[in-house]
Design a protein around this ligand. Structure first.
Ligand code: 6PG
Length: 249
């Protein structure tokens, strides 16, 4: 493992997948303990996509019933499809993690996609966040941990380059209209991400190397992933050797 703070960002580069996953699980355990000790529960926002699947599968082996019972799982984004659609993030999370651990169903907070419009869905999810975190107007929830991925175009959560959702400062969620292949989506907004106590980008694969270089070197501040700058929380990049292949030093 190499630790690199050359770009003023905390970056951990792993040669071996098992070491990388072990580290991720340890991070989870530490942040979870911190949250539970301080507030009696651990709040986490999870991403979809393919990259985190191996992590979720590994995490499912964590045998700690009392922690799972105090864990509250939210999604950072969702495709506007039903929960049994192959592209549903909730379905993926259920199959890889949530269906395998002793977590009470009421601790799982999927983004509702079953009824109403895309905008209704975004509003409904926002209401759920407001209720759970007991935030008033102008305030944002403080997640203990938000786990993010990065797309080849620099998107993160469902915040895509050039999207008007990127400039949302008032709302906690946004409805994002995309093409049929990527599906319309619901996402948490940047202020929610940037109010988290810990934000971890988990990035794997050579196809992510060019965009990761741009983000870490601050070459393109307009990329959504570059706009993730927690106000007072920790930001960490956990990446594999392939994704790091265009970083110098
Ligand atoms: C999603 C995401 C998204 C994802 C990136 C990377 O639902 O797709 O939350 O932001 O993290 O698109 O996706 P991959 O891990 O599949 O490359």
């Amino acid at each position: 493992m190499i630790s690199n703070s050359k770009f003023g960002k905390n970056v951990l580069i792993f040669d071996h997948e098992d070491q990388m996953l072990k580290f991720m699980v340890e991070q989870w355990e530490d942040i979870s303990r911190e949250g539970i000790d301080r507030r009696g529960c651990f709040t986490v926002g999870l991403s979809g996509g393919r990259t985190p699947i191996i992590f979720y599968q590994k995490l499912a082996e964590w045998d700690n019933k009392s922690s799972w019972e105090r864990t509250q799982v939210f999604l950072v984004d969702e495709r506007f499809v039903s929960f049994d659609d192959k592209d549903s993030n909730y379905k993926m999370l259920k199959e890889t993690l949530l269906g395998k651990i002793p977590i009470p169903q009421e601790n799982i907070h999927p983004i509702p996609t079953g009824k109403g419009s895309l905008e209704d869905s975004a509003r409904e999810y926002e209401k759920g966040l407001v209720r759970f975190f007991e935030v008033s107007k102008g305030q944002y929830p403080t997640f203990n941990l938000i786990l993010l991925g990065i797309g080849e175009d620099g998107h993160t959560a469902s915040l895509f380059p050039g999207s008007k959702a990127l400039s949302e400062r008032r709302r906690l969620t946004a409805a994002v209209v995309l093409d049929e292949m990527r599906h319309d989506r619901i996402t948490v907004t940047l202020p929610v991400i940037n109010h988290a106590e810990h934000v971890i980008f988990f990035v794997r694969g050579e196809n992510k190397a060019p965009v990761l270089k741009k983000i870490l070197a601050g070459e393109d501040p307009s990329l959504p992933a570059s706009m993730v700058q927690p106000r007072s929380g920790n930001l960490l990049f956990v990446i594999d050797r392939e994704a790091s292949s265009q970083l110098s030093g």
